[in-house]
Design a protein around this ligand. Sequence first.
Ligand code: ADE
Ligand code: ZN
Length: 366
Amino acid sequence: MGLAGRRRVRPVGDIVMQDYIAGLPKAELHLHIEGTLTPDQRRDFAARNRITLPDDAFIAKTPTPAAEGQSPADMAAWSLAEFLRLYFLGLETLRTAEDFRDMMVAHLRNCAAENVVYSEIMFDPQAHTTRGVAFEAVMEGLLEGRRIGREFGADSNVILCVQWDRSPESAMATLDTAKPFSDEIVGLGLDSTAVGTDTSDFELVYNRAEDEGYRLTAHCDCDIPGAAQRIRDCVEILGVERIDHGINVLDDPDVLALVRDRRITCTVCPTWRIGDPGPRRITQLKAMRQAGIVVTMNSDDPGYFASRTMGNMVSEINRAGLFTEAEIAQFMVTAFEHSWAPAETRARHVRSVHDYVAAFERPSHG
Ligand code: ADE
Ligand code: ZN
C-alpha cells in the first residue's frame, strides 16, 4: 500500500505531529541558493566585501501586489518582477569563492538540522559573471560547500539556471563556460521572468544541454500571463522533464493531461510572504496530486519568504490540515523518486521514509 493510503499518523496531538514532520527524511528539488540569503547574511557579505548597496538589498519584506485595477495575471507579473529586483540586488553581496562556499554550507546546515537529506540547488551564473565574478569562482565555492555538506549528511546536487530575460546567445555562452564542470552539474534550468519572452528562442540551448547530458527543467511561474501555454511549450519545444512551479496546469485540461501523461514533475512552492495568512497554493497542490500529476513541495527562496526553510514550511503546511501526515510523507517519497540522484541513492532515501513512517506507527508512539 502507498503511504498516503495508510491511517492518519496523529498519535498524541500537535507536539508529536510536529516531531514527526521534523524527523521525516525530506527532499527539496526547487531552491535557489542565492535565494537562501537572509537579510543578516546579505548584510554580512556586503560588509566583508565592502560593498555598498541600497537599503532594499537588506529588507526582509517581499512585495505583495498593491496595484488596483490590474488583471490577476498582470499582478502576478508585477509581484514576480518586484521580487526579482530584490533578489538580484541581494546577490550582489556575493563576490568570492569563499562567499559561495559559506552560503552553501550555511544552507546545508539548515538542511541537516531539519532532516532535508537531499536537495537539488539552482544557481544563477549570469547574474554573477555579468558583475565580473568568474564562473570558476562560483563553481569552486558551490562544489566545496556541497562536499562539506555531504560530510554532515546534507547531500545535494546543483542545477545551472540561465535566465529567461537574457538572450539565448548569453545562455549558449554560459553552457560553453560551464563545459569543464558539466560532470558536476546535474541539470539545466531557466529562471527569472519569462514575461514577454518566446519559449522557442531557447530550443537550441535545450537541445545542446540535453546532448551534453544535462537533465532539463524550466520555471513556469505562477499565474503570469500565458502560464498554461508556457508549460505546454516548455514540454513540447524544450523537452523538459520537470517544470518549476507549474500550478497553471490546472487552467487547461489539455495541458494537465500532457503533464500528467508524460510524468513531468511539477516542483510547486507553497511559500508565503509577510502579510500572507499562511501557506499559499496548497489547494492547487492538492488538486494536482488528485489529478495524478507528479508534484513536490519546495521552499524556492527561503531567505526572502516568511515561509523560510523547507522544515519550517512543511511543518506549517501540516498544521494547515489539508494533508494527512502520511500524505506529506508521500510527497517526500515522490521527491526522492523523481530527483536526479543516482538510482541507489533514490531507493535508499525512499526506504528511509517508509522505515520512518512504519516506526512512527508502532504502538509505542501511540
Ligand atoms: N529566481 C529566484 N527565484 C525565482 C522565482 N521564484 N522565480 C523565477 N526566478 C527566480
Ligand atoms: Zn524558483
